[in-house]
Design a protein around this ligand. Structure first.
Ligand SMILES: NC(=O)c1ccc[n+]([C@@H]2O[C@H](COP(=O)([O-])OP(=O)(O)OC[C@H]3O[C@@H](n4cnc5c(N)ncnc54)[C@H](O)[C@@H]3O)[C@@H](O)[C@H]2O)c1
Length: 487
């Protein structure tokens, strides 16, 4: 079931929306189109990184968009997961594509000639595959975060400039109807022009704890939650505001996922991993890989190839990422953001409030419980879990019926896939497609927050990443928006 933009919030066509249409009509490049279909043949895709997330793209190419797309190559460092992905092609009703070891990435491109490479490897390796794919003449779709550090952002942006090829960053959160509805309200000037934002994201002890079990628990792999997870959130704010971050101040700490907490929870000690844990019976954070067919096939059965354990102890001292983070960001339109991320909470989702010259939008989403790599809907929304309320400075509040649709990541996954894989995706008045400039804007906030954690000093992004190229957005109400205030 989908509510479309015909609901009450879209009734008034205001100046900002007209400006938006004009901007799109002028052909200002908000994000690039990917390699066009050549001579009527299907677009050719290769995937590097055949873990959990890759299944989303593989299924789309081989099932939903098979008329116009085909998967021609697979690449990973784990031979077992590669073979699983080949078998998945057969289950999807397609021909199993050839598989290549990570050391044969260029060979894969030479032999299979993809138009587009999809990057779904571990975060810290994204930049390397993006740059190599661009240099080999391909366009790229990369999973978030585009990369993990300011230096790597620069590397990707330089490669785009040098090669003239295109990168799309798959920011699926932008596409979920309820979040698009908030963009619509802001574009309409429902609260005048924006002055500040209060944003709090909570992760529970199922999905939240899971970051501390996997490769994500080490900053060198993921950039920590400021990059790996908050890249979604900083991107949403950048896009909602239609503005770019200028300066970041932050504090972060880890106080829950620690060896000390294991003892406070009644365990004798932290351990290496759940599968061999001597205290597994009494640990409420135990993950039993063998008990879930999907997790067993994807990870436990493939350990022999790379030694990677998907069930590392969440209290292990090897972990160096934060579980409690507070960030303040100043934007180039003078809006200030106050953001927090907490990874051991009672529920999962977020509360955000936009404070404008004419009122406030309060928006909340509560997510269902899920764990990455299982069959559960990823980032699905709880029944009745969305609320969007516009509260004028004076007068009664209006609750807006949420725009909803089913499926992963708040219903955004399907809309994103259409935008990525349809031969001619419909015009998008919200400018939801992101290229590497949008990827940069979000990674840099997280990377700057990481820098603040170390130094305690604010970070100006133009000094932190000199010369970074900034994204453009659809037009938003400006500071001259007329203020109407009933007495
Ligand atoms: N947009 C979303 O909502 C969303 C959801 C889940 C994951 N992701 C992103 O997708 C990416 C993959 O996450 P995942 O959950 O599938 O993780 P995963 O651990 O299940 O899979 C990662 C895969 O990359 C492979 N790999 C690691 N290093 C490699 C290298 N150097 N060369 C080649 N292959 C390598 C691993 O062997 C593994 O198969 C991450 O960047 C993550 O942030 C995005």
């Amino acid at each position: 079931m989908t509510n479309t933009p015909s609901s009450s919030s879209s009734a008034s066509t205001r100046r900002a929306f007209v400006k938006t249409a004009a901007l799109a009509g002028m052909g200002i490049a908000l994000a690039p189109r990917l390699a066009a279909q050549v001579g009527g043949r299907r677009r050719r895709y290769a995937i590097v990184g055949t873990g959990s997330r890759s299944r989303f793209y593989q299924g789309a190419i081989e099932k939903n968009y098979a008329d116009t797309c085909e998967l021609v190559g697979l690449c990973d460092l784990n031979a077992g997961r590669l073979e699983l992905a080949r078998q998945r092609s057969v289950t999807n009703g397609a021909k199993a594509p050839p598989a290549y070891a990570h050391t044969d990435f260029e060979k894969m491109i030479r032999e299979t000639m993809p138009d587009i490479v999809i990057v779904t490897t571990m975060d810290a390796t994204h930049d390397d595959y993006i740059v190599r794919a661009l240099e080999a003449g391909c366009d790229v779709v990369t999973e978030k975060p585009m990369t993990t550090t300011a230096a790597k952002v620069q590397r990707v942006q330089d490669a785009v400039e040098r090669t003239g090829r295109n990168v799309r960053v798959a920011f699926n959160y932008r596409y979920s109807p309820a979040r698009t509805q908030v963009k619509q309200l802001l574009m309409e000037g429902a609260i005048g022009d924006l002055l500040s934002v209060d944003f709090h994201w909570l992760l529970n002890t199922h999905h939240g704890a899971d970051y501390f079990r996997r490769w994500h628990g080490e900053k060198k792999n993921s950039g920590g939650l400021m990059v790996h997870k908050a890249t979604h959130h900083f991107d949403l704010v950048n896009w909602w505001l239609g503005s770019n971050p200028v300066e970041v101040t932050a504090m972060g700490k880890r106080e829950f996922y620690t060896p000390e907490m294991a003892r406070r929870l009644g365990l004798e000690s932290h351990h290496e991993r759940c599968h061999t844990c001597p205290e597994g019976d009494k640990c409420t954070f135990k993950m039993d890989l063998a008990a879930n067919a999907g997790l067993k096939a994807l990870y436990l059965d493939q350990e022999k190839y790379d030694g990677y354990h998907r069930d590392q102890c969440v209290f292990n001292p090897r972990i160096d990422i934060e579980d409690t983070m507070n960030v303040i960001v100043r934007y180039d339109n003078k809006v200030t953001l106050s953001y927090s991320l907490n990874a051991f909470n009672s529920w999962e989702g977020y509360q955000i409030a936009f404070n404008g010259t004419q009122g406030r939008i309060e928006h909340q989403i509560v997510e269902q419980i899920y764990v990455n790599g299982t069959d559960a809907v990823q980032g699905g929304i709880s029944r009745g879990g969305i609320s969007t309320r516009v509260i004028p400075l004076r007068g009664p509040a209006t609750d807006h019926e949420p725009w909803v649709s089913s499926g992963g990541h708040g219903g955004g996954d399907k809309v994103l896939l259409d935008d990525l894989f349809l031969a001619n995706p419909p015009h998008d008045p919200y400018g939801r497609a992101s290229d590497e400039r949008g990827g940069a804007a979000s990674v840099l906030v997280g990377a700057a927050a990481n820098r603040c954690f170390e130094t305690g000093a604010p970070v100006k992004l133009d000094e932190f990443a000199p010369g970074w190229r900034k994204p453009e957005y659809v037009a938003m109400p400006g500071r001259d928006f007329p203020i109407k205030m009933p007495g």
